[in-house]
Design a protein around this ligand. Sequence first.
Ligand code: G16
Length: 563
Amino acid sequence: MALSITTKSTTPFDGQKPGTSGLRKAVKVFQQENYTENFVQCILDSAQAEGHTLVVGGDGRFYCPEVVDIIIKMAAANGVKGLIVGQHGIFSTPCLSGIVRERGVCGGILLTASHNPGGPDADFGIKYNCSNGGPAPDQVTNAMYDLSCKITEYRICPDIQCDINTTGTYHYEIEKYGQFTVEVVDSVDAYVKLMKDIFDFPAIADFLKDFPVLMDGLNGVTGPYIERIFLSEFQVPEDNVRNSKPLPDFGGLHPDPNLTYAKALVDTVTANHKYKLGAAFDGDGDRNMILGQKGLFVTPCDSVAIIADNSDCIPYFSKHGGVKGLARSMPTSCAIDLVAAARKVEMFEVPTGWKYFGNLMDAGRLSICGEESFGTGSDHIREKDGIWAALAWLSILAQRRCSVEELLVKHWSTYGRNFFTRYDYENCDSEQCNQMIEELRGQLDDASGSLKGRSFENGGKTYTVAKADDFSYIDPIDGSVATKQGVRLIMTDGSRIIYRLSGTGSSGATVRLYVESYEKFEAGSEDKYLQDCQVVLKPLLGIALEVAKLPQFTGRNAPTVIT
Ligand code: G16
């Protein structure tokens, strides 16, 4: 007998506006009656999913299984033809992107708050990816938000039961729509196959025989993927992989691969000189941090520049006609721009958010890109990809036969170094932070009292503002415009100070301050490239705090996180 559909009355919730990457809120917010159902209905309506197939899964955090169940019941009641669901409701973000592309389906629903902590008192998130496998662009998320403001009902099939822990295909007969199918798949198989097409696995396995690494899953979704790739495929010793069991609360860890939240990895690699490369991945597997021996930190800005410069070591690019173009988000350092210029390929600067790379990739103009926020990737999918980045580094080191430090110093000796740091002030008062940004906007080139031409002195260094603006972007493919994407002070020597408010926090405001300065040292002074960024950038940081009156507005004397 066909399963029946129930239509339930509901009323809108405030604030269901997706941020930089989906809707992220506290679990308790999503657990309110109808809150999740409302947003899922808006996704299904704006995606026009009726008659199509969707991929569904998440990073395994607390509340994922319950929401997968809601999506199955609501997809059936909205005429979706079929779902491809990760076993146990799990898909890493890169893996889901790959499956959407491989299966040619309408899109995917990802359940993750990325690097935000998990558990009943922590965060949850829902995000929609389109048929190209990439995060929905602003037009689509704005449409979802508009629907969420006027929703009056949602549809659900309450009697569907699906065992998402067991792979297989489950068939249902739904009133009005007929056949509905749920295919539960092992998400690791598909991802490993994709990586094998991109990299030379036997060459990496051979290299790792005397190049011990430490891969840290931070108890997020990457655990089963790194176990399969490193332990089964590469056959490295067990102690080369850790925190590889995905846990609903990430074992209490903050699954954000940076120097603050992945400090335990930094400490281990610093203390134990045996490890020649360390890598950590975030909750949903799209971010990565790379460390060299003794804990040498590779900034994500340098990481993507080096991968781009050595892309000949990655078979995927030669198979696909070489690297077409390169890109970075605006706050990311300009290190990759130098590589693009040297290699004579197109270079793009987009707003913060991986969604802005998608159109360029779809148009065949972008091959490798990255963001300072620990995102690195290529056009093999339409999301950033943490494990891909680690494998890219290992491919390069295997072919160049050098250490992480040697590769970095060689790169800087060729191109110079873009010293870069980011200060985060988390959970500040939103009103105060908005006012700080507004006051800065009042001093831009197109406003009165301009900062342009003013000089600032700090720590014996003087910087003069050549340009002060609020970054805006016109997508070269579809002409869509994104404004107010970050206040930039560009100095006469090319150094940059950037202020933005994060679009991924779940409460309050997070101020991000990005500071960058470029140095090219003479031959024979290569050791200067290994100076600490915090020391080199201290004068510029002092100026950045002073210009924005950041301590006054945030009430903070120090950032929560420094990267
Ligand atoms: C998301 C986006 C990234 C963005 C990052 C930080 O990453 O996918 O493109 O750079 O947020 O954004 P914000 O500075 O606005 O907080 P993830 O890993 O959280 O999905």
